[in-house]
Design a protein around this ligand. Structure first.
Ligand code: NAD
Ligand code: IPM
Ligand code: MN
Length: 354
């Protein structure tokens, strides 16, 4: 039996988490050995309890086989203190250094790019997930005065850079086109960028079979839009990876469909979450697309060793995308719940009632 901790969180989080659970439930009643516990963490909890989680909360989450987070973000917690503690806290304390964010176009109608087929938009972003601009080092001085000063450090360690690059080279080695792009900004940020660039060039010598290229991050943004078909595996640092995740999502149809996994391949720890946030502009309207959450759950099922179930979920998403059984962000008319139900039906389409 695999045990999952589920945190629906804020905004559209609970709406899309319910649909991910609907899909998991459908698999469970068909015999998949998974069970889950829902944790009420989010802005509401934080404001009520004055803390993001109870004492020992992270240890409790870490004891599960996987953690699933839907979304955090609430105007009442403008500094996102709760998300920093739970999401960034889990990435750091569970040392989830690989943030894997696949970008796959499921139907050509979904991309804003003209004349692009599904084959043209199919790559993965590997974002370093534990250091860079996210280390929380810095501070402020003379807050609220004209002399106010703010400092936010960007940190790269050789170990941190090496392990994500190693993972990326290994990933590229087994990818069909064996193509890897590393993006940094070492022309302007010579210290941190320089460490990334030197490490990348050194490691490339160990992988002659991988077509390894470097691009500055600004150029990568340009090329991703101009010709996404040039990319297969992209690796970059934490903040840059965060930004190109949303760009990648846009190329494939938007945040409603972009999944992600936060992993430590050595310890076997994993946290799964859509790339999107709490989407306050549509929260409570019942129109959020559950596909990003459901595809994140599929990544989790793969990670837990349930490849068949994961494939079934992905096939269902593809089928609904093809048949236009989608929410309005993808041009459809279904509500969040209707889209979740359509996915469940598609999982066993043609095999009798489920
Ligand atoms: P967002 O991802 O929440 O929303 C961006 C846009 O995409 C919005 O127009 C939204 O309606 C749309 N969108 C997002 N998910 C969608 C879905 N499933 N279906 C349809 N449309 C969808 O980003 P934002 O507006 O910059 O941030 C809102 C809040 O979420 C902020 O508080 C931010 O800090 C937080 N946030 C949290 C996470 C996370 O929990 N992992 C990620 C990003 C942003
Ligand atoms: C993401 C989010 C988070 C990040 C926020 C909520 C801190 O944008 O997972 O992409 O910046 O990593
Ligand atoms: Mn993000």
């Amino acid at each position: 039996m695999k045990r999952i901790a589920i945190i629906p969180g804020d905004g559209i989080g609970p709406e899309v988490a319910s649909e991910a659970m609907r899909v998991l439930k459908r698999l469970q009643v068909r015999g998949l050995p998974v069970e889950w516990q829902v944790f009420p963490y989010g802005a509401e909890y934080y404001l009520r309890e004055n803390r993001a989680m109870p004492e020992g909360g992270m240890e409790e989450l870490a004891a599960f086989d996987a953690v699933f987070v839907a979304a955090f973000g609430d105007a009442r917690v403008p500094d996102m203190a709760h998300a920093r503690e739970i999401l960034l806290g889990a990435r750091r304390s569970l040392d989830l250094y690989v943030n894997e964010r696949p970008v796959r176009l499921l139907h050509e109608a979904f991309t804003p790019l003209k004349g692009r087929s599904c084959r043209d938009v199919d790559f993965v972003i590997l974002r370093e997930n534990t250091e860079g601009a996210y280390v929380g080092m810095g501070g402020r001085f003379k807050v609220g005065t004209p002399e106010e000063m703010a400092l936010q450090e960007v940190v790269a360690t050789r170990k941190g850079v090496q392990r994500i690059l190693r993972h990326a080279f290994e990933r590229a080695r087994s990818a069909p086109r064996r193509r890897l792009h590393m993006a940094d900004k070492h022309n302007a940020l010579e210290f941190v960028g320089g460490l990334w660039y030197r490490t990348f060039l050194e490691m490339a010598k160990d992988y002659p079979e991988v077509e390894a290229s470097h691009l500055y991050i600004d150029r990568l943004c340009h090329d991703l839009v101009r010709d996404p078909s040039a990319f297969e595996v992209i690796v970059t640092s934490n903040l840059l990876g965060d930004m190109i995740s949303d760009l990648g999502a846009a190329l494939a149809g938007g945040l409603g469909i972009a999944p992600s996994a936060n992993l430590n391949p050595e310890t076997g720890k994993g946290l799964f979450e859509p790339v999107h946030g709490a989407a306050p502009d549509i929260a409570g309207l019942g129109v959020a697309n559950p596909m990003a959450a459901v595809l994140s759950a599929a990544m989790m099922l793969d990670f837990l060793g349930f490849a068949e179930a994961a494939g079934r979920v992905r096939d269902a998403v593809r089928a609904c995308a093809t048949e236009g059984k989608v929410t309005r962000d993808l041009g459809g008319t279904l509500s969040t719940q209707e889209a979740g139900k359509a996915l469940c039906e598609a999982m066993w389409a043609g095999q009798g009632a489920s």
